[in-house]
Design a binder for this molecule. Structure first.
Ligand SMILES: [Zn+2]
Ligand SMILES: [Zn+2]
Length: 111
């Protein structure tokens, strides 16, 4: 067992495990992600609402298949191997109209 020296925080994704691993979900905003959830980002885009903390997990393959815009599709394909946890300002729970922005515009993941 390796000694864990850094402070453990509750995983922001599953809200179950404790971890010292964090990623930047938005410029300057860190979220804690446990090993299991980090593994999930290999196959899923994970969106975290910065307003209420809700987590949305979307299958990368399904997202990419649904994109009709070729340029956007290419951008997603380039990013699909990266671990992506994206912070969003609002989600459907806080703002039912706001989520449409993220779905309709198919925001390009920042990588
Ligand atoms: Zn987790
Ligand atoms: Zn929310």
């Amino acid at each position: 067992m390796s000694k864990v020296s850094s402070k453990l925080e509750q995983c922001n994704v599953c809200k179950h495990e404790y971890t010292s691993t964090n990623v930047e979900a938005m410029p300057g905003i860190k979220v804690y992600v446990c090993r299991n959830c980090l593994k999930a980002t290999k196959y899923n885009f994970i969106l975290i609402c910065m307003s209420c903390g809700s987590v949305y997990i979307r299958n990368k393959k399904l997202v990419i298949e649904r994109i009709t815009d070729n340029e956007l599709k290419r951008a997603y394909l380039l990013c699909q191997d990266m671990q992506i946890i994206q912070g969003i300002d609002m989600c459907i729970a806080c703002d039912p109209d706001g989520i449409l922005f993220y779905m309709d515009n198919q925001k390009i993941p920042s990588c």
